[in-house]
Design a protein around this ligand. Structure first.
Ligand code: SF4
Length: 280
């Protein structure tokens, strides 16, 4: 079948050809971290999440913090049936959720796997937000929490850094779609989200004017929890060569308050360090 899983719409046969995401027709897992505590508290809970990092990416930002797996690609490959068996092998009493990290380009295979076995904890779809509405509609029965990025407003910026000039147009529609379809529900005892939408925004050095516009949009989305991140770490390639300045992040936080964003998270200062990037 020709692949149209993501907005790149490559239309390639992934059995024999590789599209923009760099991955074939098997699910490739780069790393698994059990009891991972570095997501928002609504996802990590007290026990941590079962974090599954997939290899490849449909966005491939030039400053990617997980460059080793998103651009180079590595890991074990699984058919949908094998991946369902792999998911069955974990003891879910040990985690508060399961976190599919960068899963978009494996959407079809993952839905096949999840129709065989869906883990009995909150399933989190942790993606760039660059998602096709048609794919999201099919994902709704399988996914409990959509944890999206909303990276850019400017098409010039998204074109330059992620080769996706249509990023905001596509991702803003994706946010609206999931916000309409996943009403927030949080387990009172554990504090873990059972259903809902969290939208992350990583503030980029020198781009706070763009962050303001992203926040202006998010301020209108009342069914979304906003998570502001300042962990940008230069990876030694691409145009972004410095960390975010504390003053830049403060200005973004002040703008969030100004436009009325009251519910959400923000990262503490001091998190922009290589030690916060898992080793792959
Ligand atoms: S998932 Fe990969 S091959 Fe399929 S449309 Fe997206 S980038 Fe292209």
């Amino acid at each position: 079948m020709l692949c149209h899983d993501c907005p790149r719409m490559c239309g390639v046969d992934r059995k024999t050809q590789i599209g923009f995401c760099g991955e074939g027709d098997k699910i490739r897992v780069a790393k698994v971290i059990e009891n991972f505590m570095w997501e928002e508290p609504l996802v990590s809970g007290n026990k941590g999440t079962l974090a599954i990092f997939f290899s490849g990416c449909s966005l491939r930002c030039e400053y990617c913090q997980n460059y080793q797996i998103s651009h180079i690609g590595k890991g074990e490959v699984y058919s949908p049936k094998q991946f369902a068996d792999f998911l069955k092998s974990f003891d879910y009493s040990k985690y508060d959720s399961i976190d599919f990290i960068t899963p978009t380009h494996f959407s079809s295979c993952l839905m096949s796997a999840l129709s065989i076995f869906k883990p009995p904890v909150t399933l989190v779809w942790n993606s760039s937000g660059y998602e096709r509405a048609e794919t999201l509609e099919k994902l709704l029965p399988f996914v409990d929490v959509f944890l999206f990025d909303l990276k850019y407003f400017s098409s010039e910026l998204s074109g330059r850094l992620s080769k996706a000039a249509d990023y905001f147009e596509v991702a803003s529609k994706a946010v609206k779609f999931v916000a309409e379809n996943k009403k927030e529900e949080v387990d009172e005892k554990t504090g873990v989200m059972q259903e809902g939408v969290i939208v992350r925004h990583l503030v980029l050095p020198g781009e706070i004017a763009d962050s303001f516009k992203v926040l202006d949009f998010l301020a209108e989305e009342k069914n979304v929890i906003v998570s502001l991140m300042q962990q940008f770490t230069p990876i030694g390639k691409g145009e972004k060569e410095r960390k975010l300045l504390p003053l830049e992040f403060k200005a973004v936080l002040a703008h969030a308050e100004k436009v009325g964003i009251k519910r959400g998270f923000y990262q503490e200062e001091g998190c922009a360090d290589q030690t916060f990037i898992p080793k792959f």
